[in-house]
Design a protein around this ligand. Structure first.
Ligand code: FAD
Length: 482
């Protein structure tokens, strides 16, 4: 099993990560990336620890590996995968969205369906299987960028510009394809080992050049990451911003400056239909998003606990209106959790023996995520009131004896002293009000597609035939004579 230190050591590979007008020397030590890199390292250590329950032998490959890289081939496998995903999610309380288990799940499903990557022109199925084996052997952390940059959503990439804006195949050579353009939005990309690049948005037949999929090490020549503003370095302390300082994953635009992708790392090339097969015919979208929803259940439990704590500390928890709000939050958290459990219970093996979480429950929860998460945050915000701002500017105030005396006297609650109270409300602010918290709201609303896309998945996977037939039968059961 890979140790956290092995993962960290591999990050010094000369990758081109740009931030604030400069190239980052070493993501392991840079204040923007070091915290999340260490969180990921902890995940690898956790998995490798004796008794973690996260190690298993993949019967399909014979590899003894981390379970998060193994395709579930039985109900028991799915349950064990769930446990492994939850072990990691609990470690970060659901605040790391794109750990190695997310794209890991996608690749496991890809490899269970190599036929989805074979066409008359190319046999990329073997590449996918070999890549999965590599992931299992080397425990690679893969991030992904599978969305075209925002340019115009009225038309697709072929109609944008003569030069590719969206990542495109600009040449096929004996040694590989040449890729030019950009793709978004690689969460965790700066601290990942590898990047999976593709396009999940529907393309038209004229977009052939943009219909690609491949995986590359971050340190590939011509590959550049342009990161958004990081939150950890701006935070005054871990006490003031306990989440920003630990879990900021960073998101990045990825630029391909005529990047050579060796053929063995190509999964889809100039094949529009192949993109949809890759994500949807393989079960990858279901398995990957099931992982994401499991993680979300843990985060919602954390938010529910935080809201309950605020209500306790401010002694508002006996007011009926507050109980109602906490009840609504409990409903949101338990509905998402129930949907994830239901997806596991309704899972079925596909033709290749891959156990796919039930789509009706899974996409049902995803279709409401853009309302449920902001509502959960809204409840926490409402219960917290001005308490999140009735806190000193930073921990420095608590260290100053004169200021501290005022804080001890006036910023406290009957059963909670100033230090504990400020600590709690600063944590709440990092959830509801800090830049980190705002980014998380955007994340939960968009990570699996824009809200209208998620509802489209819910529409397509609900299975309207039976309810439609019920309504038709009911309508047929009476007429004007009744
Ligand atoms: C914090 C964060 C992290 C992310 N991490 C990743 C990652 O790790 N990897 C990755 O690949 N992607 C990532 N994404 C990108 C994410 O997948 C996209 O944001 C998502 O797919 C939506 O695409 P978009 O942002 O281009 O929105 P758009 O498609 O541009 O849509 C924006 C809005 O425009 C409207 N709209 C657009 N098209 C239509 C239409 N056809 N019909 C009706 N309304 C429409 C809707 O109101 C929609 O909400 C991340 C996004 C965020 C916010």
């Amino acid at each position: 099993m890979r140790a956290g230190s092995d993962y960290l050591a591999a990050l010094t590979d000369g990758r081109a990560v740009y931030l604030d007008g400069a190239r980052v020397d070493d993501v392991r030590t840079h204040p923007a990336f070091a915290p999340v890199a260490h969180r990921v390292a902890e995940l690898f250590d956790l998995a490798a620890a004796p008794g973690s329950g996260m190690t298993c032998q993949d019967p399909a490959t014979g590899e003894v590996t981390n379970r998060v890289f193994v395709a579930p081939r039985s109900r028991a496998d799915l349950a064990a995968l769930r446990e492994a995903i939850l072990t990691w999610a609990h470690h970060n309380h659901g605040w790391v969205g794109r750990g190695p288990d997310h794209v890991g799940a996608f690749v496991s499903a890809f490899a269970a369906h190599p036929e989805a990557f074979d066409t008359d022109e190319h046999s990329f199925g073997a590449n996918v299987v070999a890549y999965h084996r590599r992931l299992q052997r080397e425990h690679r952390y893969v991030a992904y960028a599978i969305i075209p940059p925002q340019f115009s959503r009225a038309v697709t990439a072929h109609a944008w510009d003569d030069e590719p804006v969206q990542a495109a195949v600009v040449a096929q050579r004996p040694d590989g394809i040449v890729v030019r353009g950009a793709q978004m939005l690689a969460t965790g990309g700066a601290v990942a080992d590898e990047l999976f690049v593709s396009c999940i948005k529907p393309l038209s037949p004229e977009d052939r050049d943009f219909a690609l999929a491949f995986a590359l090490p971050l340190a590939t020549p011509g590959l550049r990451l342009h990161c958004r503003r990081p939150y950890a370095p701006a935070a005054s302390s871990g006490y003031d911003y306990p989440l920003s300082t630990r879990y900021d994953e960073t998101d990045a635009l990825v630029v391909f400056d005529d990047v050579l992708v060796p053929w063995e790392r190509v999964f889809v090339c100039r094949d529009v239909a192949g993109l949809q097969r890759q994500f949807f015919a393989t079960g990858a979208h279901q398995l990957g998003n099931w992982q994401a929803q499991l993680r979300l259940t843990v985060k919602l439990q954390f938010i529910a606990g935080l809201a309950r704590k605020v209500a306790q500390v401010n002694e508002i928890d006996r007011f009926p209106g507050v109980i109602e709000k906490l009840g609504e939050l409990a409903s949101i958290a338990s509905l998402v959790e129930s949907a994830v459990i239901a997806a596991e219970q309704t899972a079925e093996p596909d033709a290749a023996g891959l156990w796919r979480p039930g789509p009706r429950a899974l996409y049902g929860a995803m279709g409401l995520q853009a309302e449920l998460y902001p509502r959960a945050i809204g409840i926490l915000r409402e219960l917290a009131g001005g308490g999140v701002l009735q806190v000193p500017a930073s921990v420095a105030d608590l260290r100053d004896p004169a200021v501290r005396a005022d804080l001890d006297r006036y910023v406290r609650s009957p059963k909670v002293d100033a230090e504990q109270r400020v600590k709690l409300f600063k944590l709440v602010w990092d959830v509801v009000g800090s830049e980190f918290g705002g980014r998380h709201q955007q994340y939960e609303m968009f990570y699996a597609g824009a809200p209208f896309v998620a509802r489209n998945y819910a529409f397509r996977n609900y299975g309207f035939d039976a309810p439609l037939a019920t309504v038709d039968a009911f309508l047929d059961s009476y007429d004007t004579a009744n």
